[in-house]
Design a protein. Sequence first.
Length: 268
Amino acid sequence: MGNAILNEKEFHGFKQLIFDRAGIHMSNAKKPLVSGRLAKRLLQRGLDTYSDYLHLIQQDQAERQTAIDLLTTNETYFYREPKHFEFLSSQIAPALRQQSEVRIWSAACSSGEEPYTLAMVLAEALGHTRFDILASDISTRVLETARQGLYPIEDAANIPKSTKARYCLKGVGSQEGWFLVDKPLRDKVSFDQINLNERLPDVGLFDVIFLRNVMIYFSVDTKKAVMARMVAQLKPGGWFFISHSESLHGVTDQLQMVRPSIYRKRPD
């Protein structure tokens, strides 16, 4: 036990699972990733083969969620793609300042760095905290980490010094080497498990939506379906951000590109 080899049939089974549940298309190049991320889980469950594990997740809903968590977690960090936050601060926030309430959706929040970055940027740019951020992900495991708002100190490297001093608490004692996002800021972010590949829950309307580094994994049909659902939750004149490595060309005609990776919904 512990030396299981992932064969083609098993790999196809996991590919199908992740496509059916999350809309993610995994290329054949992802086979080592699937094998590596699930190998430890086989050991923990005392299983000899990946086929045994496939059989288990078909029967066991909780274990199926664990497998999805392991296979969909993406790298993220504070102030990733900083030009987006600069644009939000300088070009969008001045108009939002007049509103009594501002709502933003971080729709693939992973372990929380993106929504907490958004909270820091908004608190600074708006000069008030009359905003709410919905942060969602398909993975329950990363959401648990995100809710804590506790990160290794080296993860704060990209946070501007003055912002760090205002919103990040340096851990002491047993939490030395860690920092905690300040509670008033954590309270502005609510975390929820949402599968963008299914009918969305009633999340309301948003001024700004961030959906970055996700659609690179979707087929064109899945992109179109996801965007149709999400654009419906964006206010007229609202803003939509994707990653610099992605494009919405041929995916939706409801958004106009303002600059690469930044789009705006047509006003009514």
